[in-house]
Ligand binder design. Sequence first.
Ligand SMILES: [Zn+2]
Length: 165
Amino acid sequence: MKKRHVSVSGVRLKFASAHMATLGNELEPLHGHNYSVSVKVEGTLSNDYWVIDFSKIKSITRNICDRLDHKFLLQAKSNLLSSTLEKETWSLSFGSRIYQFPQEDVAVLDIENSTAELLAEWICHQIDQELFNSKQTNINLITVEVEEMPGQSGGFQLERSLVED
Ligand SMILES: [Zn+2]
């Protein structure tokens, strides 16, 4: 089976967000990045010789970026940073440090840490779900790269099982 791929990246596949990752037993200071996302999908060609319409994979990725843009990225599965939601306010605590954020300013992510690697994995799963919802069954590999700053990125690759009609 011949496999082809398409890749997208660009000015609108970005999000500007705040986070604090943990490293060992430390918590980074609160800071932010202008993240850039690039996505590669690999699969078989449709009858009209497409892997996927560029505009479709771009718009899927852009919508996911929009959910993260101008938010605090909360690693809700962290064992080190505890987080509780009460009265539309998130309270985060780490030792003696306590942070509070309005609920609307927080993107709650089911990840253990807000590293570029895990952000890439989270985005990859969201793309997979969107492709599933839109019955895009010819794609068997999704690769997501999340760049925190130029020359510094983390990635994730997800293999999908090809479902033939
Ligand atoms: Zn950072």
